[in-house]
Design a protein around this ligand. Structure first.
Ligand code: BES
Ligand code: MN
Ligand code: ZN
Length: 494
């Protein structure tokens, strides 16, 4: 990805992509109508081009002094409503359209709409969007026409020098795509051990320290919840520990990121119905988000200490699997009565949160494809946000909003806690159907030790079931950018 301030005629690409606002007229950006030999004016007149979001209009360039041979106008909505988030989506939609048309070399013009948002923020978001559009879902196809190679990109800057913002966006987009690749990987190739190996490759060369604890070490730590879930599988569990410890960083704060790494969730003895079970290969999307955010955190040199913890296991119904009614003991010491073996994510995260605290975390975020109930509540657009400290909730919420990950808070009122009371142990692992996402979060809260803690439930957002102009069907890479950007906001924490 190249960043330049050269004039449009001088840009050396096959196609120049121009975000087009509903309130633009033919003289916007100057010279485009002449370059297209009047095609722009004509298309505006017939409403073939109106600027509606993601609408595409391609006109040949008639002016021989231009290097590019086509201009692709991509609808960007009203100039006054243009945000970083829309810039990201418009760039992604433009990128996908160019890739689909097998364009080899494309350029995109940075536009800031009505100027409500800083050019640096827009430029970063555009670089993220273009990079996200390069992701290829169909990596296992051999017989089909091979998927279009993504074009090489030139980003054409506006007024300011936003080269740093563009390379930051590029990197965050690449790390999001790495997480999507992992989530896309089927359960037969991505076992817990393979997840550990690939995670090591993701963090390699960044200066991060990477450690994998095996089943013996997990046992020595007393992680009965993680071991309990792993019992049903022939594949042993692992615990990934990734540390970012930049020289000269203060001891506090220490951000702890904990991700659910269930490489396949059959439900265990409380087995899931066959229909749609294949989707459960992405039950490690939270873990992948943590691993790939750690890569970004190191590459972008976050000024604080961060640790990433990913408990990873399969949830299988093997002969030694845990059964409903079994009681497990967590590393923290709390006992859990397992009512439903399909509520496995909260179990492994319980031990993961405890370990993050033991390693000194002062602020916690956990992220998990945790409950079907969150899909009922918020659909496929928004992740659920839960937390105990108002200010920490707000910080994560603000960062997520800016990073293009939609989140929305749900309550953790004490009254819900009754639903996970056990007669014979400290906790039940499920609270029944009502408020299923809330009781799951309340279970996790028991392991956050009173620290500022946020839980993100990404069960609805980790995987796109339908294609959008800006996001194809498949893994979304949700929360990678949020978790990474969070490590740069410590000045605002308390
Ligand atoms: N991994 C699932 C949650 C999930 C559901 C993710 C749909 C993506 C799409 C989780 O482990 C699970 O099975 N949760 C149960 C909990 C229930 C047994 C209390 C659920 O939501 O049904
Ligand atoms: Mn489950
Ligand atoms: Zn699960």
């Amino acid at each position: 990805m190249v960043y330049t301030h050269s004039s449009l005629p001088a840009v050396d690409a096959d196609v120049v992509v121009v975000p087009w606002f509903e309130d633009d007229n033919a003289s916007a950006l100057g010279g485009l109508d002449a370059a297209t030999g009047g095609e722009l004016q004509r298309a505006l007149g017939t409403k073939e081009l109106s600027g509606r979001l993601y609408e595409l209009f391609i006109a040949p360039v008639r002016d021989a002094s231009w290097k590019a041979r086509r201009i692709a106008f991509i609808g960007a909505g009203r100039a006054g409503g243009f945000t970083g988030d829309l810039a990201r989506k418009v760039a992604a939609a433009g990128g996908l359209a160019m890739k689909q048309r097998r364009v080899a070399r494309a350029a995109l013009v940075v536009r800031t709409g009505a100027g409500n948002v800083a050019e640096a923020e827009i430029s970063q978001a555009i670089a993220e969007g273009l990079t996200l559009s390069e992701f290829n879902v169909a990596s296992y196809k051999t017989s089909d026409v091979p998927p279009g190679q993504a074009p090489s990109w030139i980003v054409i800057g506006g007024k300011a020098d936003c080269a740093t913002a563009v390379s930051r966006g590029r990197l965050l987009g690449e790390c999001s795509n790495l997480a999507r690749e992992m989530a896309n990987e089927p359960g037969n190739t991505l076992t817990p051990r393979e997840f550990a190996r690939r995670s090591e490759a993701v963090v390699a060369g960044t200066g991060l320290s990477f450690e994998v604890l095996d089943e013996k070490q997990i046992e020595a730590l007393g992680m009965g919840l993680l071991l309990g879930v792993a019992r049903g599988s022939e594949e042993p569990p692992r615990l990934l520990v990734i540390r970012h410890e930049p020289e000269g960083a203060p001891a506090h704060p220490l951000l702890g990121l904990v991700g659910k790494g269930v490489t396949f969730d059959t439900g265990g003895i409380s087995i899931k119905p066959a229909e749609g079970m294949e989707r459960m290969k992405d039950d490690m999307a939270g873990g992948a988000a943590v691993v790939c955010a750690m890569r970004a955190i190191a590459a972008l040199k976050a000024p604080i200490k961060v640790i990433g913890i990913v408990p990873t296991t399969e949830n299988m119904p093997g002969g030694r699997a845990i059964k409903p009614g079994d009681i497990l003991k967590s590393a923290e010491g709390k006992t859990v009565e397992v009512i439903n073996t399909d509520a496995e994510g909260r179990l492994i995260l319980g031990d993961g949160l405890w370990y993050a605290r033991r390693l000194g975390a002062t602020h916690l975020v956990d992220i998990a494809t945790l409950t079907g109930a969150i899909v009922t509540a918020l659909g496929k657009i928004t992740s659920g946000l839960f937390g105990t400290h108002e200010q920490w909730n707000e910080t994560v919420r603000r960062v997520a909003n800016r990073a293009g990950d939609r989140v929305w808070p749900l309550p953790l009122f004490d009254e819900y806690r009754d639903q996970i009371k056990s007669d014979i142990a400290d906790l039940l692992n499920t609270g029944g159907r009502p408020a299923g996402s809330i009781t799951a979060a309340l279970f996790l809260k028991e392991f956050a030790g009173g620290l500022p803690w946020v839980h993100l439930d990404i069960a609805g957002t980790a995987w796109a079931e339908e294609s959008k102009p800006y996001l194809p069907k498949g893994p979304s890479g949700v929360a990678v950018r949020t978790l990474a950007e969070l490590a740069f906001t410590s000045g605002e924490w308390s």
